[in-house]
Design a protein around this ligand. Structure first.
Ligand code: BG6
Ligand code: MG
Length: 214
């Protein structure tokens, strides 16, 4: 029996990949690295620190910067990203999300956000979704980011449910791997060819077949 659904945020609840990409592109350009949308794909679901390492590796300069310098670059990226998402409102919520949250609430199924983003609480507030959410994982409280299962396991523990009683919803390959490693049922949102490891894939939240949840 399903007792909780744990949602990723970026790319599942709302579209932020464009803003993450814009912010990374600016920082990368500053240090002489150009990134395109294929690099952006590999950043989805990946922590800020890991994302910077992927960009540096792409530019062939991994190892060039000290930990302190890398922290400053990540800080700058986040400051720019926060500016780009500062205009978010309930209008940014993907179609079908509020209806799905209301459906889960009515069924007594708990809802958590299992995102790698430190900006998740601010976005949830800006999009007026707080009333639906039982728990938001703080990524700094877990040892390993996605594809490790830690974020999803932390949500299950906080909601006091077993992983086998949870469904995870993700748009990124790293996220699907994390859900499966946590021993949960994985719903992929996006391209079934890309999210091969998911148990089932839908094009969008609005298309989820509710009979698989209840
Ligand atoms: C994930 C995004 O949800 O959060 C990644 O898909 C991002 O692109 C990661 O790097 C960390 O987010 P933030 O907002 O803490 O930098
Ligand atoms: Mg995502």
């Amino acid at each position: 029996m399903i007792k909780a659904v744990i949602f990723d945020l970026d790319g599942v609840i709302t579209e932020t990949s464009h803003q993450h990409f814009e912010a990374w592109k600016a920082i990368a350009h500053m240090i002489g690295v150009e990134i395109d949308s294929s690099v952006n794909e590999s950043l989805k679901g990946v922590s800020r620190e890991e994302s910077l390492k992927i960009i540096l590796a792409h530019g062939g300069i991994l190892g060039k910067y000290t930990e302190d310098e890398m922290e400053k670059l990540s800080f700058c990226k986040n400051e720019y990203y926060k500016q780009l998402i500062s205009q978010f409102t309930p209008e940014n919520v993907f179609e079908g999300v509020v209806e799905l949250f209301a459906f889960l609430r009515a069924k007594g199924i708990k809802i958590a956000i299992g995102s790698a983003s430190h900006n998740a609480p601010a976005l949830i507030k800006a999009m007026a979704l707080e009333e639906y959410i039982d728990y938001i994982v703080d990524p700094s409280e877990v040892k390993k980011g996605k594809p490790a299962p830690d974020i999803f396991l932390k949500a299950a523990e906080a909601l006091e449910v077993e992983p086998s009683e949870c469904i995870g919803v993700e748009d990124a390959i790293a996220g699907i791997k994390a859900i499966k490693a946590a021993g949960m049922y994985a719903i992929g949102i996006g391209d079934a060819e890309v999210l091969k490891e998911a148990d089932i894939v839908f094009n969008s939240i609005a298309e989820i077949d509710l009979s698989i949840i209840t």
